[in-house]
Design a protein around this ligand. Sequence first.
Ligand code: SAM
Length: 291
Amino acid sequence: MTSQKSAEMMEMGKLLIVGTPIGNLEDMTYRAVRILQEADFIAAEDTRNTIKLCNHFDIHTPMISYHEHNTRVAGEKIIEYLQSGKDIAIVSDAGMPCISDPGADLVELAIEHGIAVVPIPGPNAAVTALVASGITPQPFLFWGFLARQKKEQKSQLARLQRYEETLLFYEAPHRLKQTLRIMAEQFGDERKIVMARELTKRFEELLRGTLGEAVEWADTHEIRGEFCLVVEGNHNVQEELTEIWWKDLSVKEHVEQVMEQKEMRSKDAIREVAEARGLGKRDVYQAYHVE
Ligand code: SAM
């Protein structure tokens, strides 16, 4: 184990990860204000946004730009500052840095260089949505943004279909409709969902219902604002697992289905079918090739 308290670390600056509001400025913490005022630099995802926050809270700390397109170059510069004893506070446009936002690379780099990392917690959209959703809060799985490509999104959701944990997603308003459709396709219309919109802001809204209802809502409403999705986990997974989908198939048909569904060669499918049915491989081979 490595401890953050070594003497060498004391000589270096600290990387301060500072949470900022997700809409409502009253959610800024006293500590976040003080830390941002006292830091030597603020590394901001978008300095134009952060300047507004700084103006509001009387923070005059110089800023460095740190966003997803300059993580390497800016990251190296920030590490140099930290090594020379400067404290750097990292903020994103909203919420906790690193959570679907820049920062994780910098934290990793700082740790590699033996620099102390100090979290200053603040609001986070996913957890805020979760606690108000009414859906079992734990265990939960935070996914963030799904892939933009339809095919990739489909396969991510197909994989998540069996998860028993409550699932948390971020989604952009212009992609929400398609995402809900694919989710309903993969998870079924009956799965519960809560769409938390514009959290902490003037038009905050919590839309609770099933995936089928969410698709209908998205088809009939203009979709605006920021959305966080809380989706109930799969509570039928045990039944689905124990349900023997191949019970009405012959051994040969079973092998053929496995080959098709899993894009397997006959040899591998035969092994899998033999295991599933508790048969010898030779018997399954015979049934597949001879019968
Ligand atoms: N780092 C942030 C956090 O800790 O929540 C998340 C940043 S991520 C780039 C932005 C996404 O978070 C949005 O597209 C939306 O899905 C979600 N989000 C952020 N603010 C929100 C809000 N006020 N209400 C609902 N969702 C929000």
